[in-house]
Structures are given as C-alpha cells and as structure tokens.
Design a protein. Sequence first.
Length: 271
Amino acid sequence: MATYAIGDIQGCFDSFRRLLDLVRFDPAHDRLWLVGDLVNRGPHSLETLRFVKGLGESAITVLGNHDLHLLMLSEGYSKKHHDDTVDAILAAHDREVLLDWLRRCPMMHVEDGHALVHAGLLPQWPVAQAQRLAGEVEAALQAENYRDFLANMWGSEPPSWRDDLASWPRLRVIVNAMTRMRFCSLEGVMEFKAKGELADAPAGYLPWFAVPGRKSADHVLVTGHWSALGLRIEPNLLALDSGCLWGRHLTAVRLPEREVFQIDCAGEDVT
C-alpha cells in the first residue's frame, strides 16, 4: 500500500488523472492525501468533485479556501468571482449530495507524524491543539444550523488567536489560519494581502512555517495553498502547490519516503 499526498487540483481534472496514472494509483490498495482546493478556477471542478467523492476511504481531503467559497456560494453567502468555475456544480443533478459530502470533509488530518492542512498552522498551536480547534470548525459545518456558520465565516478579523475568543470570531480565526494564511508575525498576527514569493514578505512578517519556535514543528506539515511558493520540501514541511492551475506542475509525494512525482500542466487544464 502506498500513500500519495497531492497538491491543489482546483478543477484540473485531466492533469489529476494523468498524475494518478503516473504513480499507478490503485484505490483498492493505495491512499490519497489531498491538500484541499479540489475545485474552482480550473475547467473541470464537477468531474473532480465527483471522482474524489467516489474514491471513498481511499482519499482523505481537507478543506481549502476555494472549497469553503463554493459552500458559501451555494447558500448565497458569497459573491461569485469573475474567475469562478463552479457553475456546473451548482447546476448539477447531484449538487446537494456533492456539497453535503464536501461540507463533511475534515479541516485537518493527523497520522504517523504528519499533519495535513490546506494553508498552515499558527505558530503558537501544537498539533494536538490544532486538531481540537479543527474539530470545532468541523462540528459547526456539520451542525443543523451550519448555514449560520457559513454566513459568519468569512472575513479577516480578528487577525490573531486568543484562547478567550468565542463564537464566530473564534471559528473565523481557525478557518483563516488553516485555509488562507501565508505570512504571519512572530506573535501570530496573520497578513492576508501578500500572495507572492518569500521575498515579497511584508515588513514584520514571516512565512508561517519559518516562525522560530513554531509549536507544530514536531510534525511534518503537508500543505498546499501557496502556488508562488512552489514545491518546498523541508524536514518538517511538504508544501505541494506547484501551480498546476497556472500551467506549471501537479505534484504528488509518496509518504513517508518523500519520492516526488510531477506532471507538466502546460497547455492542459489552464483556463
């Protein structure tokens, strides 16, 4: 049995299937860890969502910001962006089945010294605490009144964590750290405007994974979200968004061996 962690797909279904063929993925024996952002901006979000759902227990996918945007959009709590490509999902005959499945995906998965999360973890969160906090968001997404949470989920305030946060602000910080964060300060204050390379860090901010004393550094964090960062492999980090959507690569890493597999996305799936 092999486990393959794969970077952001974002509806690039043809590239995804080619990568699975490259690694000879067998759902009867192998597993996929998907870093989130299954959908949006690529041309085949509906096909991607149906396929991954159909893999059942052979695939674990954590929620990314584009997946959450889709859930909000489906309930009327987000405005459609000009580059959104989720209309086929919203019009599909199995729309409700797919969205219900997506809403029940985890925010975070921890296993064998690895922690799978879309964007990252705030530096003051040990993995065990982050798991508990992820569970709070998962419970809100799966509750009968989940629409209330979707209506209050988005926004950039508060920008940092406090243990005494409650209600929607508490859940919002968890969601932002796990699905939107790239840079933060030494104190864990998040910055959401900068999306470029490491050299583009705003004054006073660091990549979240480079903050000294980060309490999740005892695990290997498996992440996506940051296409400008590209594939980055460090002792306690596997950052896997290598920009397939932008015509670069879709990446898989076999765990725990760290063998890297990539396919070229140039000319394919690029909208």
